[in-house]
Design a protein around this ligand. Structure first.
Ligand SMILES: Cc1cc2nc3c(=O)[nH]c(=O)nc-3n(C[C@H](O)[C@H](O)[C@H](O)COP(=O)(O)OP(=O)(O)OC[C@H]3O[C@@H](n4cnc5c(N)ncnc54)[C@H](O)[C@@H]3O)c2cc1C
Length: 320
């Protein structure tokens, strides 16, 4: 660990699986950390959204519906973190997936709804400047080491705003933003739905869940260049998505019914390729990078394995 330890905590940007794995590992090693996430709940792409329809509240897993844990190290770590169902399976499925990050975040210092904007080098430590949702004053946090545990585009945006060097590996990673729409419809209307084709040009999958008199539908749109913007106002894309899904379902769901439900605001990005490393740690700058774009030494880790293992390896490399 740096010579600054233990005077300042490690700052972790992102409370997805990778950031939480990193924070928990540091905590077990007796190292203080603070995790910032711009979202209201921890979990990032492991999330469950709540939608009101008529009198009822409906819950949707709109990111990962399960965690694929093919690596023994992931399974062991999750089992130690309280998810022992994994001892006999290589996937973790819970009805409300957000309970996974919620449990992983227990005991972690987490600053929710707080968007990290830039970093300033201040002598031999970092000052992190972040903005809380709906507040104008910046939050400032002094730190000995920074971990970017978020997709590269979001890390690069902070690095650019801070006039800091961007690691070349991050620049080469491509992400496709996938849009997810969540609909609630009356069960009686089900028969009227046009038959959904697997090779539909716009829709990748349509998952249907019966729930008493109502049905819940999760529509995952195909990644599309026209909607693949991290920087565009999500409300603009939302309108486009609603029109597209309305057309794709032959007008079966009225646009206002779609409007009554939700579109995930930021798109749910998935990396097209992986960096064949466990994480990046620059000991000189005291900045590290974790996330599911790290494929491990052989480049074979994916999704939950990649996120969790890169977070753990990143924490280990900070302590080393
Ligand atoms: C539709 C979909 C289906 C999936 N299905 C599966 C599956 O079946 N099995 C499986 O194993 N995996 C699946 N995955 C993948 C899995 O969800 C991800 O690999 C994993 O959740 C990524 O975790 P992460 O920590 O790397 O990133 P993220 O979950 O993206 O976390 C990054 C966090 O950083 C925060 N953040 C970003 N920028 C800032 C900033 N400037 N300031 C503060 N906070 C910031 C974000 O709010 C976010 O919470 C799926 C993903 C998607 C999108």
């Amino acid at each position: 660990m740096s010579d600054l330890y233990p005077s300042h905590p490690v700052t972790i940007i992102g409370a997805g699986l990778s950031g939480l794995a990193c924070a928990r590992f540091l905590q077990d090693a007796g190292i203080e950390s603070v995790v910032f996430d711009r979202g209201r709940h921890p979990g990032g792409r492991v999330a469950t959204k709540q939608i009101a329809h008529k009198e009822d509240l409906h819950l949707f897993n709109h990111g990962a519906p399960k965690l694929d844990c093919f690596e023994q190290e992931t399974r062991d770590w999750l089992a130690r973190s309280g998810f022992d169902a994994l001892t006999s399976s290589d996937e973790l499925v819970l009805p409300h997936m957000r309970s996974v990050p919620a449990r992983l975040a227990e005991g972690i210092r987490l600053e929710r709804s707080t968007h990290v904007e830039r970093l300033v080098q201040d002598g031999n430590h970092w000052r992190i400047l972040a903005k809380r949702y709906k507040e104008s004053d910046l939050v400032s946090q002094v730190s000995s080491h920074i971990v970017f545990a978020c997709p590269p585009q979001q890390a690069m945006r902070v690095l650019k705003a801070s006039s800091l060097r961007i690691p070349q590996e991050l620049e080469e990673i491509h992400y496709d933003a996938q849009w997810v729409l969540m609909l609630v419809v009356d069960h009686a209307d089900r028969e009227a739905l046009p038959r959904f084709q697997d090779d539909h040009p716009l829709i990748e999958s349509l998952e249907w869940y019966e729930n008493g008199e109502t049905d819940q539908i999760i529509v995952r749109m195909r990644p599309d260049e026209s909607t693949n913007h991290y920087d565009t106002d999500p409300e603009e894309i939302k309108d486009l998505m609603i029109r597209q899904i309305h057309d794709a379902l032959d007008g079966w769901v009225a646009p206002n019914a779609i409007q009554a439900s939700a579109v995930h605001r930021w798109g749910l990005a998935r990396a097209r390729q992986h960096i064949a490393q466990s994480c990046i740690t620059c000991q000189k700058d005291h900045i590290s990078y974790a996330g599911d774009h790290f494929g491990g030494p052989d480049g074979t880790w994916k999704d939950a394995d990649a996120a969790i293992l890169s977070g753990l390896h990143c924490a280990r490399s900070i302590i080393a």
